[in-house]
Each structure stands twice: as structure tokens, then as C-alpha cells.
Design a protein around this ligand. Structure first.
Ligand code: AP5
Ligand code: ZN
Length: 212
């Protein structure tokens, strides 16, 4: 199964991708996670990507497309994958389509801007394994400690009010046009993202069961 998770920042793409990965044994490719790892490791890619990410802007298409292409050709993606955070522009979608990995479905996780702001302001992420929590909606059992691996939880640098606003603008201008793009190609299914984590996953599973 080849699927794309689309949605505004904080829609729950990463949270649901982790569940889909576990339930369906599909590789989870998250461009944001790839960049954050590169930033932590202070690689040349990380230094370049940080300039854009800290301002809430998109990393240029030519950089992102090269990374995704390399990852998809890695060997473990032949039987399927979950793309989370890619494509994010029409140009990226065209580049993906040229790679001949025909998609089965694009899941558009819908949440309001107000909810995006609540979710991103309360998000905490594990420094070690990347697991995502929310102070109120999905709290860790012990304050600031990851339930999965015991690692420390931190707040992302781009989860500040000014950067969240910029990311929402970027989403509306550059990413939202993909909804129509995939609708026109009969690939889009919308999911109500403003439900409990379990109910969002149940709706996603229903769509995926129909496909498999
Ligand atoms: P990226 O990491 O992809 O960020 P994003 O798209 O802004 O998405 P988020 O990770 O913020 O949110 P999410 O939808 O995964 O939500 P989550 O599950 O964490 O990208 C970061 C940056 O990298 C970009 O700004 C850009 O600069 C660059 N970049 C990445 N990809 C790129 C590309 N293709 N091209 C160019 N640049 C690129 O959930 C959010 C919170 O809500 C969590 O706290 C969670 O616990 C909580 N939550 C989740 N679901 C629910 C629920 N149902 N109810 C209550 N709370 C919930
Ligand atoms: Zn962890």
C-alpha cells in the first residue's frame, strides 16, 4: 500500500503514521523527521534545512525531492510506504508522480486552525525516538519522560506562536492546492482529524482495509 498523509501542521500526520506503520508494517517516511535528524547531527543538509524550518518556510523542492527519491529507492519501499509531510507543493507532487511509484490513496486529515494552534503549542517530542505527546490530549505517564523509551521530551523550535502562524500561511498557500490536485486524480479521501486519536485511526483503518 502506497499512501500519502496530507494535512496542516499539527493535524496528527506523524501520530497516525506511527500507528499505521505498526499496524500495517509499512515504512514511515517523514521529511520533517529526516530534516530534524540532520539538524541534530549538524550535517550539511541539516545546516541548510534549519534556515528554512526555523522560519516556518518550506525547504526548497530540489533538496526535498532528491532526499525522498533516494529513500523510496532504498529497497524496503517496494511493497508500500507512508509518506508524511511530502509532497507539500504541486512541484513535489509532479516529481513524485514522475518516479513511477503509483499511489493508492492520499488521506487528507482535516482540522481547524484553532485546533492546530492548541495542538502545536502543547506538543512535546522525544529527543531519542521521536515519539509525539501532548501535554493535555496525549500526556506522557511521567512529566517530560517518553513512555516508549524513557528519553527526554522537548518542545520543537518551530512550535512557537510566530512560527506556527507562518507555517499555517505556508500550508494555505503552497500545500492546500494539493487537495484539488489529488481530488482530480481520484486519490483523495478526507478524514475528520478532530476526533480522539483512536477514532481518527479507526477511520483511517477503514479506508485502508477497503484498499487491501
Ligand atoms: P513537519 O515535521 O512535516 O511538520 P508539519 O507538517 O508542520 O507537521 P507536524 O509535524 O507539525 O504535525 P503533524 O501533522 O505530524 O502532527 P502530530 O502528529 O505531531 O515539517 C517541519 C518543517 O520541515 C516544515 O515546516 C518545513 O520547513 C520542512 N519540511 C518538511 N517536509 C517538507 C517538504 N516536503 N517540503 C519542504 N519542506 C519540508 O500532532 C500534533 C500534536 O497534536 C501532538 O502533540 C499530538 O499528540 C496531538 N494530536 C495528534 N492527534 C490528535 C488528536 N486526534 N486529538 C488530540 N491531539 C492530537
Ligand atoms: Zn522516546
Amino acid at each position: 500500500m502506497r499512501l500519502v498523509l496530507l494535512g496542516p501542521p499539527g493535524a496528527g500526520k506523524g501520530t497516525q503514521a506511527a500507528r499505521i506503520e505498526a499496524a500495517y508494517n509499512l515504512p514511515h517516511i517523514a521529511t520533517g523527521d529526516i530534516f530534524r535528524r540532520a539538524i541534530n547531527n549538524k550535517t550539511a543538509l541539516g545546516v541548510k534545512a534549519k534556515e528554512y524550518i526555523d522560519q516556518g518556510k518550506l525547504v526548497p523542492d530540489e533538496i526535498v525531492v532528491g532526499i525522498v527519491e533516494e529513500r523510496l529507492n532504498n529497497g524496503d519501499c517496494q511493497d508500500g510506504f507512508i509518506l508524511d509531510g511530502f509532497p507539500r507543493t504541486i512541484e513535489q507532487a509532479e516529481a513524485l508522480s514522475a518516479l513511477d511509484f503509483d499511489l493508492d490513496v492520499v488521506l487528507n486529515i482535516q482540522v481547524s486552525e484553532e485546533e492546530v494552534i492548541n495542538r502545536l503549542s502543547g506538543r512535546r517530542v522525544c529527543q531519542e525516538c521521536g515519539a509525539t505527546f501532548h501535554l493535555e490530549y496525549n500526556p506522557p505517564s511521567e512529566a517530560r519522560i517518553c513512555d516508549e523509551c524513557g528519553g527526554d521530551l522537548y518542545q520543537r523550535d518551530d512550535d512557537t506562536p510566530a512560527t506556527i502562524k507562518e507555517r499555517l500561511d505556508v500550508y494555505n498557500n503552497q500545500t492546500a492546492p494539493l487537495i484539488k490536485y489529488y481530488q482530480e486524480r481520484d486519490l483523495l479521501t478526507s478524514i475528520n482529524g478532530e476526533q480522539s486519536l483512536d477514532n481518527v485511526f479507526a477511520d483511517i483503518s477503514e479506508v485502508l482495509e477497503e484498499l487491501s
